[in-house]
Design a protein around this ligand. Sequence first.
Ligand SMILES: NC(=O)c1ccc[n+]([C@@H]2O[C@H](COP(=O)([O-])OP(=O)(O)OC[C@H]3O[C@@H](n4cnc5c(N)ncnc54)[C@H](O)[C@@H]3O)[C@@H](O)[C@H]2O)c1
Length: 253
Amino acid sequence: MRLENKVAIVTGGAAGIGRAICELFAQEGAKIVVADIEVDGGEETTRMIRESRGESLFVRTDVSVESDVQAMVEATKAAYGTVDVLVNDAAAFVFGEVQNITDADWQRVFGVNVIGQAYCVKHVLPVMKEAGGGAIVNIASVSGYIAQPAFIPYNASKGAVMQLTRCLALDLAPYNIRVNCVCPGSVLTQATELHRKFVGEDRETFLAEAANSNFMKRNADPREIACGALFLASDEASFVTGTPLVMDGGGTA
Ligand SMILES: NC(=O)c1ccc[n+]([C@@H]2O[C@H](COP(=O)([O-])OP(=O)(O)OC[C@H]3O[C@@H](n4cnc5c(N)ncnc54)[C@H](O)[C@@H]3O)[C@@H](O)[C@H]2O)c1
Protein backbone atom coordinates (compact mmCIF):
# COMPACT_ATOMS: atom_id res chain seq x y z
CA MET A 1 0.00 0.00 0.00
CA ARG A 2 2.67 2.48 -1.07
CA LEU A 3 0.07 5.10 -2.09
CA GLU A 4 -2.36 4.60 0.77
CA ASN A 5 -4.67 7.61 1.25
CA LYS A 6 -3.15 9.39 -1.76
CA VAL A 7 -5.08 10.95 -4.63
CA ALA A 8 -3.57 10.48 -8.08
CA ILE A 9 -4.52 12.05 -11.40
CA VAL A 10 -3.45 9.95 -14.38
CA THR A 11 -3.83 11.53 -17.82
CA GLY A 12 -4.05 9.05 -20.67
CA GLY A 13 -5.51 6.50 -18.25
CA ALA A 14 -8.01 5.10 -20.77
CA ALA A 15 -5.50 2.73 -22.40
CA GLY A 16 -2.03 1.26 -22.51
CA ILE A 17 0.60 2.40 -20.03
CA GLY A 18 -1.76 4.97 -18.46
CA ARG A 19 -4.34 2.29 -17.69
CA ALA A 20 -1.67 0.02 -16.20
CA ILE A 21 -0.56 2.92 -13.98
CA CYS A 22 -4.16 3.53 -12.86
CA GLU A 23 -4.61 -0.13 -11.95
CA LEU A 24 -1.30 -0.47 -10.11
CA PHE A 25 -1.69 2.82 -8.22
CA ALA A 26 -5.23 1.78 -7.19
CA GLN A 27 -3.89 -1.57 -5.94
CA GLU A 28 -1.37 0.42 -3.88
CA GLY A 29 -4.19 2.34 -2.20
CA ALA A 30 -4.56 5.52 -4.27
CA LYS A 31 -7.83 7.09 -5.31
CA ILE A 32 -7.54 7.52 -9.08
CA VAL A 33 -8.81 10.26 -11.35
CA VAL A 34 -8.64 9.01 -14.93
CA ALA A 35 -8.29 12.02 -17.24
CA ASP A 36 -8.54 11.12 -20.90
CA ILE A 37 -10.12 12.30 -24.13
CA GLU A 38 -11.52 8.77 -24.76
CA VAL A 39 -14.77 8.32 -22.85
CA ASP A 40 -15.32 4.56 -23.31
CA GLY A 41 -11.77 3.59 -22.34
CA GLY A 42 -11.69 6.04 -19.43
CA GLU A 43 -14.93 4.71 -17.99
CA GLU A 44 -13.71 1.16 -18.47
CA THR A 45 -10.55 1.87 -16.44
CA THR A 46 -12.69 3.39 -13.68
CA ARG A 47 -15.01 0.38 -13.72
CA MET A 48 -12.08 -2.04 -13.46
CA ILE A 49 -10.72 -0.19 -10.43
CA ARG A 50 -14.11 -0.06 -8.71
CA GLU A 51 -14.64 -3.77 -9.32
CA SER A 52 -11.40 -4.38 -7.42
CA ARG A 53 -12.77 -2.27 -4.55
CA GLY A 54 -10.74 0.78 -5.44
CA GLU A 55 -11.98 4.35 -5.73
CA SER A 56 -11.92 6.06 -9.11
CA LEU A 57 -13.48 8.83 -11.11
CA PHE A 58 -13.33 9.46 -14.85
CA VAL A 59 -13.21 13.06 -16.08
CA ARG A 60 -13.22 13.51 -19.84
CA THR A 61 -10.28 15.81 -20.51
CA ASP A 62 -8.40 17.01 -23.55
CA VAL A 63 -5.10 17.91 -21.91
CA SER A 64 -4.29 20.34 -24.72
CA VAL A 65 -7.30 22.49 -23.74
CA GLU A 66 -6.49 24.48 -20.60
CA SER A 67 -10.14 24.95 -19.54
CA ASP A 68 -10.59 21.13 -19.65
CA VAL A 69 -7.57 20.65 -17.42
CA GLN A 70 -8.75 23.31 -14.97
CA ALA A 71 -12.21 21.68 -14.77
CA MET A 72 -10.64 18.23 -14.27
CA VAL A 73 -8.53 19.43 -11.32
CA GLU A 74 -11.59 21.13 -9.83
CA ALA A 75 -13.58 17.88 -10.19
CA THR A 76 -10.73 16.02 -8.46
CA LYS A 77 -10.75 18.45 -5.54
CA ALA A 78 -14.53 18.24 -5.28
CA ALA A 79 -14.45 14.43 -5.22
CA TYR A 80 -11.34 13.68 -3.17
CA GLY A 81 -10.26 16.98 -1.59
CA THR A 82 -6.66 17.14 -2.82
CA VAL A 83 -4.07 15.93 -5.36
CA ASP A 84 -0.93 14.12 -4.17
CA VAL A 85 0.29 12.62 -7.44
CA LEU A 86 0.05 13.69 -11.07
CA VAL A 87 1.06 11.32 -13.86
CA ASN A 88 1.28 13.03 -17.25
CA ASP A 89 0.89 10.05 -19.60
CA ALA A 90 -1.44 11.28 -22.40
CA ALA A 91 0.28 11.60 -25.75
CA ALA A 92 -0.33 12.20 -29.43
CA PHE A 93 1.68 9.99 -31.77
CA VAL A 94 2.73 11.98 -34.82
CA PHE A 95 5.43 10.43 -36.97
CA GLY A 96 7.10 11.47 -40.21
CA GLU A 97 9.91 13.39 -41.87
CA VAL A 98 10.08 17.15 -41.52
CA GLN A 99 9.00 17.94 -45.10
CA ASN A 100 5.70 16.10 -44.57
CA ILE A 101 4.67 17.51 -41.21
CA THR A 102 1.87 20.07 -41.32
CA ASP A 103 1.32 22.99 -39.00
CA ALA A 104 -1.65 21.11 -37.49
CA ASP A 105 0.61 18.09 -36.80
CA TRP A 106 3.13 20.26 -34.94
CA GLN A 107 0.41 22.04 -32.96
CA ARG A 108 -1.17 18.73 -31.96
CA VAL A 109 1.96 16.89 -30.90
CA PHE A 110 3.35 19.78 -28.85
CA GLY A 111 -0.14 20.78 -27.65
CA VAL A 112 -0.80 17.36 -26.12
CA ASN A 113 2.67 16.03 -25.26
CA VAL A 114 4.32 19.18 -23.92
CA ILE A 115 1.87 22.02 -23.32
CA GLY A 116 -0.74 19.54 -22.05
CA GLN A 117 1.73 18.33 -19.40
CA ALA A 118 2.50 21.94 -18.47
CA TYR A 119 -1.23 22.79 -18.12
CA CYS A 120 -1.73 19.83 -15.79
CA VAL A 121 1.20 20.90 -13.63
CA LYS A 122 0.00 24.51 -13.61
CA HIS A 123 -3.44 23.56 -12.32
CA VAL A 124 -2.40 20.96 -9.74
CA LEU A 125 0.28 23.28 -8.40
CA PRO A 126 -1.91 25.38 -6.06
CA VAL A 127 -3.46 22.19 -4.68
CA MET A 128 -0.09 20.52 -4.07
CA LYS A 129 1.32 23.70 -2.52
CA GLU A 130 -1.61 23.85 -0.14
CA ALA A 131 -1.11 20.18 0.73
CA GLY A 132 2.59 20.80 1.47
CA GLY A 133 4.01 18.75 -1.40
CA GLY A 134 3.44 16.20 -4.11
CA ALA A 135 4.95 14.01 -6.80
CA ILE A 136 4.73 14.51 -10.55
CA VAL A 137 5.69 11.78 -13.02
CA ASN A 138 5.91 12.73 -16.68
CA ILE A 139 5.95 9.96 -19.24
CA ALA A 140 8.72 10.80 -21.67
CA SER A 141 10.41 8.17 -23.87
CA VAL A 142 13.79 6.97 -25.05
CA SER A 143 12.63 8.91 -28.13
CA GLY A 144 13.45 12.02 -26.07
CA TYR A 145 17.18 11.58 -26.48
CA ILE A 146 17.89 9.26 -29.42
CA ALA A 147 17.23 9.78 -33.12
CA GLN A 148 14.89 7.35 -34.87
CA PRO A 149 13.94 7.37 -38.54
CA ALA A 150 10.85 9.42 -39.51
CA PHE A 151 10.01 10.15 -35.85
CA ILE A 152 10.71 13.90 -35.80
CA PRO A 153 7.58 15.49 -34.25
CA TYR A 154 7.13 12.84 -31.57
CA ASN A 155 10.83 12.72 -30.67
CA ALA A 156 11.11 16.51 -30.53
CA SER A 157 8.12 16.61 -28.16
CA LYS A 158 9.59 13.93 -25.90
CA GLY A 159 12.92 15.79 -25.78
CA ALA A 160 10.91 18.78 -24.59
CA VAL A 161 9.22 16.64 -21.91
CA MET A 162 12.63 15.70 -20.50
CA GLN A 163 13.63 19.36 -20.30
CA LEU A 164 10.22 20.33 -18.88
CA THR A 165 10.85 17.73 -16.17
CA ARG A 166 14.29 19.08 -15.20
CA CYS A 167 13.14 22.71 -15.11
CA LEU A 168 9.99 21.90 -13.13
CA ALA A 169 12.03 19.84 -10.67
CA LEU A 170 14.19 22.89 -9.96
CA ASP A 171 11.35 25.41 -9.73
CA LEU A 172 9.03 23.23 -7.63
CA ALA A 173 11.57 21.79 -5.17
CA PRO A 174 10.97 24.67 -2.69
CA TYR A 175 7.35 23.48 -2.44
CA ASN A 176 8.38 19.89 -1.68
CA ILE A 177 7.09 18.79 -5.09
CA ARG A 178 9.25 16.22 -6.88
CA VAL A 179 9.17 15.99 -10.68
CA ASN A 180 10.62 13.03 -12.55
CA CYS A 181 10.05 11.26 -15.84
CA VAL A 182 9.94 7.70 -17.07
CA CYS A 183 11.56 6.94 -20.43
CA PRO A 184 10.15 3.68 -21.79
CA GLY A 185 11.54 1.82 -24.76
CA SER A 186 9.20 -0.33 -26.83
CA VAL A 187 6.00 -1.22 -24.94
CA LEU A 188 3.11 -3.21 -26.40
CA THR A 189 0.10 -0.86 -26.64
CA GLN A 190 -2.27 0.50 -29.27
CA ALA A 191 0.40 3.15 -29.99
CA THR A 192 2.82 0.40 -31.06
CA GLU A 193 0.18 -0.66 -33.56
CA LEU A 194 -0.18 2.92 -34.85
CA HIS A 195 3.56 3.07 -35.44
CA ARG A 196 3.56 -0.33 -37.16
CA LYS A 197 0.89 0.88 -39.56
CA PHE A 198 2.87 4.04 -40.25
CA VAL A 199 5.99 1.99 -41.04
CA GLY A 200 3.89 -0.44 -43.11
CA GLU A 201 5.48 -3.67 -41.84
CA ASP A 202 3.69 -6.85 -40.89
CA ARG A 203 3.13 -7.23 -37.16
CA GLU A 204 5.56 -10.11 -36.59
CA THR A 205 8.49 -8.40 -38.35
CA PHE A 206 7.80 -5.06 -36.69
CA LEU A 207 7.63 -6.49 -33.17
CA ALA A 208 10.69 -8.70 -33.73
CA GLU A 209 12.72 -5.69 -34.90
CA ALA A 210 11.60 -3.64 -31.90
CA ALA A 211 12.45 -6.51 -29.55
CA ASN A 212 15.87 -7.04 -31.11
CA SER A 213 16.86 -3.44 -30.46
CA ASN A 214 17.34 -4.12 -26.74
CA PHE A 215 19.49 -6.46 -24.61
CA MET A 216 16.49 -8.44 -23.39
CA LYS A 217 15.15 -9.16 -26.88
CA ARG A 218 11.53 -8.43 -26.05
CA ASN A 219 9.00 -5.60 -25.83
CA ALA A 220 7.77 -4.43 -22.43
CA ASP A 221 4.38 -5.03 -20.88
CA PRO A 222 2.69 -1.76 -19.76
CA ARG A 223 2.68 -3.04 -16.17
CA GLU A 224 6.49 -3.05 -16.13
CA ILE A 225 6.50 0.67 -16.93
CA ALA A 226 3.81 1.31 -14.31
CA CYS A 227 6.19 -0.12 -11.68
CA GLY A 228 8.72 2.62 -12.51
CA ALA A 229 6.04 5.30 -12.25
CA LEU A 230 4.96 3.83 -8.91
CA PHE A 231 8.48 4.11 -7.48
CA LEU A 232 8.79 7.76 -8.58
CA ALA A 233 5.31 8.61 -7.24
CA SER A 234 5.89 6.94 -3.87
CA ASP A 235 7.70 8.16 -0.76
CA GLU A 236 10.43 5.61 -1.54
CA ALA A 237 11.66 8.16 -4.09
CA SER A 238 11.70 10.98 -1.52
CA PHE A 239 15.20 12.18 -2.59
CA VAL A 240 14.66 11.67 -6.35
CA THR A 241 13.79 14.67 -8.49
CA GLY A 242 14.68 15.88 -11.99
CA THR A 243 15.54 12.33 -13.02
CA PRO A 244 14.75 10.34 -16.16
CA LEU A 245 14.15 6.68 -15.28
CA VAL A 246 15.05 4.73 -18.42
CA MET A 247 13.08 1.48 -18.79
CA ASP A 248 14.11 0.06 -22.14
CA GLY A 249 15.60 -3.40 -21.59
CA GLY A 250 19.05 -1.89 -22.16
CA GLY A 251 18.17 -0.58 -25.62
CA THR A 252 19.97 2.72 -25.16
CA ALA A 253 22.65 1.55 -22.72
N1 LIG B 1 4.09 2.33 -26.27
C1 LIG B 1 5.38 2.61 -26.31
O1 LIG B 1 6.20 1.87 -26.87
C2 LIG B 1 5.89 3.86 -25.63
C3 LIG B 1 7.27 4.05 -25.57
C4 LIG B 1 7.77 5.17 -24.96
C5 LIG B 1 6.92 6.11 -24.39
N2 LIG B 1 5.58 5.91 -24.46
C6 LIG B 1 4.74 6.92 -23.84
O2 LIG B 1 3.86 6.32 -22.92
C7 LIG B 1 2.66 7.08 -22.82
C8 LIG B 1 1.46 6.18 -23.04
O3 LIG B 1 1.56 5.62 -24.34
P1 LIG B 1 0.79 4.30 -24.74
O4 LIG B 1 1.71 3.52 -25.57
O5 LIG B 1 0.18 3.69 -23.54
O6 LIG B 1 -0.32 4.91 -25.71
P2 LIG B 1 -1.90 4.69 -25.79
O7 LIG B 1 -2.31 5.21 -27.11
O8 LIG B 1 -2.23 3.28 -25.44
O9 LIG B 1 -2.45 5.63 -24.65
C9 LIG B 1 -2.42 7.02 -24.76
C10 LIG B 1 -3.64 7.59 -24.09
O10 LIG B 1 -3.59 9.02 -24.18
C11 LIG B 1 -4.90 9.48 -24.49
N3 LIG B 1 -4.85 10.79 -25.11
C12 LIG B 1 -4.40 11.11 -26.35
N4 LIG B 1 -4.56 12.42 -26.57
C13 LIG B 1 -5.13 12.95 -25.46
C14 LIG B 1 -5.52 14.25 -25.09
N5 LIG B 1 -5.40 15.29 -25.93
N6 LIG B 1 -6.04 14.44 -23.86
C15 LIG B 1 -6.19 13.40 -22.99
N7 LIG B 1 -5.84 12.14 -23.31
C16 LIG B 1 -5.31 11.92 -24.52
C17 LIG B 1 -5.46 8.42 -25.42
O11 LIG B 1 -6.86 8.51 -25.52
C18 LIG B 1 -4.95 7.15 -24.75
O12 LIG B 1 -5.86 6.68 -23.79
C19 LIG B 1 2.79 8.21 -23.83
O13 LIG B 1 3.25 9.37 -23.18
C20 LIG B 1 3.83 7.67 -24.78
O14 LIG B 1 4.50 8.71 -25.46
C21 LIG B 1 5.04 4.81 -25.06
